[in-house]
Design a binder for this molecule. Sequence first.
Ligand code: ATP
Ligand code: MG
Length: 199
Amino acid sequence: MIGLMGGTFSPIHYGHLLMCEHIWEEFQLEKIIFMPAKIPPHKAGAQVAGQQDRMEMVRLAIMDNPHFEVSDLEMQREGPSYTVDTLTTLKELYGPKQEFGLIIGADSLVQLESWREPERILALAALIVASRPDTLESSVIDASDKLREKYGARILHSKHLAMNYSSTEIRERVKKGQTIKYFVPPAVEAYIYEKGLYK
Ligand code: ATP
Ligand code: MG
């Protein structure tokens, strides 16, 4: 199974990276593809860095990891990034036998039904769900049960305990001139300052 890790990654941080490394190990994934979103349908209007910057920060963050990869599939495609389209394209590229596991945080799981074509998403990929400190365990169980019943979703729950990091917090810290050391890899930190992002 190949893991697919979508996100805005504005910026990518150790919460994303450590979670993916754990999940790679826990479910013995072949590799994980990081997929920075072009115009994130849920986030239009929020403060996000430009596409090239977000892409470059992901590239810098995963450079030293042989089983992590970054794809510009969503950034190259016209219009907003829908997971259902991305999975369809990946299935075409890798062949119908290749299994995919869509890695999502618990906060995204509880919203999954509001995504475009949830039924097709769940037919194309299994879900690999990581808990986040700010999402109640009971709401994750409820959402999982519902998706299994309604769509026959295949859902794997990671034992990894997410770190309480978010890109939002990192952007705010940069804005206030606070440290982001140990929030993001050193190369990403240097890139943010060099480009004057999130000021
Ligand atoms: P923002 O604060 O801008 O929403 P974010 O930190 O939530 O950013 P995203 O790019 O929105 O990062 O997240 C991409 C995916 O990573 C989502 O599925 C989200 O649930 C998950 N994720 C984000 N932060 C963490 C974390 N600290 N631990 C585990 N998963 C996370
Ligand atoms: Mg988020």
